[in-house]
Design a binder for this molecule. Structure first.
Ligand code: TRP
Length: 457
């Protein structure tokens, strides 16, 4: 048997995992779900969820991956037994659904990069009646969106088909620092804008009354966003940890990954909300999927060197999206290679092709974005995390603790505390989140989606 590959260095694994985690979830999704959740109230619930659920859950995926050294479907089967294969099957479906629309949104970032080559962002906005919202409306659906969805998916398939790992590590090494620097610069600039103060209040000072009142909406939204942004709930971290040596401290690796990811999302909020308030846009819930594009093109239209900075920013985010998309397609592809025994390039092209087709309706109307995104985040990912919780907490807790202790040393009470956190409180939170997520989704299907169908068919 061939020796299974392992990561050469500690940074190799962390870079790949950070590359998967940091993506559109941080830059595109985080600010608009925060806006829909009312700002600081959402941020508070989200941060709590990351710390209390996200951290134990990422450890659970690491442990299952490193112990079994298999793709997610094989890993679950080995760790839990035959019926767990079906749960693995759901992971694969989740990958399909997420990547299908992820690619369309990534295409928008490429589109906005290209805009920067055509002229200043001020001039580009002027070409759309001077309104960045009209600009977003024009670029986010139709032929442009379709073509760039095609381009992005082709790139993702190409990289996965060729199996280029080194390329990914290198890209992440450049990309993550670049994103942090750009966001820091923008955050400082936003701070100097007149009128931006309201944005900070909105983003940073939670109204606890609003939290208790709206918890039924906040909880599933925070759960979905937390798993989405950390690439949890569908086996990405199982796969990455399956290449990991036993001497590694999983807890400190998990902390580093979560730290980078959460830091970047938080920083994005410090850019977006002050800019919106300075521009007199004080209802971020309205912006939806276009929020970041509208706020930032406005900013790049005004700031000195905005054309260059904007181009750089949109291009970097496109790269970050690519490193995340690769992780999604890699899970699906490695499963097909391992279990069906077909060649890597055939698997990547075949699966990528089906995913691509599933994303096409999104380029026609954004209602399909909600249809896929809500289903994936609020239902599939939460379900996946719940299953892992049951697996690690109830079915094989002893093996999990043993695995976690490799590379750390005896954990004594801490290992037990981790298992008990997963067994009861986290399990309950996930069941409630899932239930609320299903309720929200049914409301969406019978409300906005049914109306759209009536109006359009
Ligand atoms: N975490 C990535 C982001 O924030 C998206 C992503 C990549 C993902 N792989 C995933 C989300 C697996 C859920 C599951 O953009």
């Amino acid at each position: 048997m061939v020796q299974r590959e392992t990561w050469a260095t500690r940074t190799g694994f962390i870079l790949a995992a950070v590359g998967s985690a940091v993506g559109l979830g941080n830059i595109w999704r985080f600010p608009f779900v925060t806006g829909e959740g009312g700002g600081a109230a959402f941020l508070f619930v989200y941060l709590l969820f990351i710390a209390l659920v996200g951290f134990p859950a990422i450890l659970a995926e690491f442990v299952v991956g490193r112990k079994t050294k298999r793709n997610p479907v094989g890993a679950l089967k080995e760790y839990g037994g035959g019926i767990w294969t079906y749960v693995g099957g759901i992971f694969i479906v989740t990958g399909f659904v997420i990547l299908s629309y992820y690619s369309v949104v990534a295409g928008w970032f490429i589109r906005y990069t290209l805009e920067g080559f055509r002229g200043s962002y001020a001039a580009r906005i002027a070409a759309y009646e001077g309104d960045p919202e009209i600009m977003f409306g024009a670029l986010s659906t139709g032929l442009d969106a379709f073509v760039l969805h095609t381009v992005f998916m082709a790139l993702t398939v190409g990289i996965v088909a060729l199996g280029i790992r080194q390329g990914i590590e290198l890209a992440v090494k450049v990309m993550v620092p670049a994103i942090i620097l750009l966001l820091l610069g923008l955050a400082v600039w936003a701070f100097t804008l007149p009128g931006s103060g309201g944005g900070y209040a909105y983003y940073l000072s939670p109204d606890f009354g609003a939290i208790t009142e709206n918890w039924a909406e906040l909880l599933p939204a925070a759960a979905g966003q937390a798993f989405f942004t950390l690439s949890l709930g569908m086996g990405v971290m199982i796969t990455y940890a399956s290449y990991l040596g036993e001497d590694r401290n999983l807890a400190s690796d998990g902390t580093a990954i979560i730290g980078f990811d959460t830091g970047i999302a938080f920083l994005t909020g410090l850019v977006v909300f002050p800019i919106m308030w300075a521009g007199d846009m004080t209802d971020p819930g309205e912006g939806g999927a276009g929020e970041i594009f509208v706020a930032l093109t406005q900013a790049f239209a005004e700031v000195t060197g905005g054309q260059f900075l904007g181009l750089l920013f949109f291009a970097t985010v496109s790269l970050a999206a690519l490193s995340s998309a690769i992780s999604l397609l890699e899970v699906v592809t490695s499963y097909v290679i391992d279990e069906k025994g077909i060649e890597r390039w055939q698997a990547a092209v075949g699966m990528g092709g089906v995913i691509y087709l599933l994303g096409v309706p999104v380029t026609y109307d954004l209602i399909f974005l909600d249809l896929l995104d809500l289903f994936a985040d609020a239902i599939l990912l939460v379900f996946g995390a719940l299953m892992l919780t049951i697996l690690v907490g109830w079915i094989a807790p002893k093996a999990a603790i043993d695995e976690l202790e490799k590379g750390i040393g005896p954990l004594d009470g801490l290992g037990q505390a981790w298992i008990w956190a997963i067994r009861v409180p986290i399990l309950i939170v996930l069941v409630i989140s899932l239930y609320l997520g299903v309720v929200d989704y049914v409301e969406f299907l019978t409300g906005p989606f049914a109306e759209w169908i009536d109006a359009n068919l």
